[in-house]
Design a protein around this ligand. Sequence first.
Ligand code: F6P
Length: 362
Amino acid sequence: MKKILITTGGGDCPGLNAVIRGIVKRAATTDYEIWGSIEAFQGILKDPVEIIHLTPDVVAGIHVKGGTILKTTNKFNPLKYPVQTADGKVVYENRINELASKIRDLAFDAVINIGGDGSQRISAELHRLGIPVIGVPKTIDNDLQATDFTFGFQTAVQCATESFDKLVTTAESHNRVMIMEVMGRDAGWIALHTAIAGGAEICLIPEIPYSVEKLVESIEKRFVNGRGFVNIVLSEGAKPIEGEVFGRKGDVGSEHIRLGGVAFELSAALRRSGCQHDIRETILGHIQRGGTPIAFDRVLSTLFGVKAMELVLEKNFGQMVSYRGNEVVSCSLSDATSGSRQVDLDNKMLLLARGLGIEFGD
Ligand code: F6P
């Protein structure tokens, strides 16, 4: 039997298990067996290695479950691997060559790496070093190039929209301003989709820095014109004009600052700029990333898994599975990692949202 290694890296995301199951089911009638590395590539870099055999029995029914049975981490990027020195400092080492040779030593014939932009950069590097790799795009942020959707995104939007609907009824009862903060890092896709689905008055995204004065004016208009309450969807990465993104130092070994909490900054800024109404803040956080994937994401993840396995069978390596124009296709890893996908100012959905009267604070 030939052997394929699967990894799930970066933040978890609803649909990861469905991809794993899709790969294993498609492989069942081939001469490939599937192995999973625990905690992304950590399982391979560890001594002894931590890998598990993924048989059809192991993956039966897991498509319904959130998270990943293989566990994940966003701290141990083999390209920038954190190592603690004797004096407590953290230095970074590139362990990609070591990773590639361990994959060869373990006699894997291919690797399917399921992850976001950081993970796909690892895929591209492994491929450059001659490892046959396929990428599968994952992230609730939907910020990967070369795919219309990553799995997990629609589940996050569904969660945010259901929460938004609840906040609308309480905003209406109390005549309040409600700020609901959603994830998305540097991309406003979750906020934009949620604002349209929920019917938000105001949507603040990282791509459009906002004027607090403009927001106070818009809130006031809405109160004067009779609705008497305002619901705001705020991206965690949104920032005021002439302001900074609100974040904290990341975990040791993580490359990113930790976002989250800007709702309280916005609420304080609105008050300082004269907003007299009651304001309440809700930060959805990791609820958006947990739990069972909605049907759309289960379908997408399952098909992504099957497609990844088919690319292996065709020996079409160096590719990332993608979803384009309602079809599951693939693109090169270099296209996939050529930058992140944000909401452009001329994005059609953004323009239509402006047409609906949603205020973006610019
Ligand atoms: O990239 C996915 C994401 O959920 C972002 O939306 C968010 O900023 C980040 O991960 C949170 O990461 P962590 O799980 O490390 O807090």
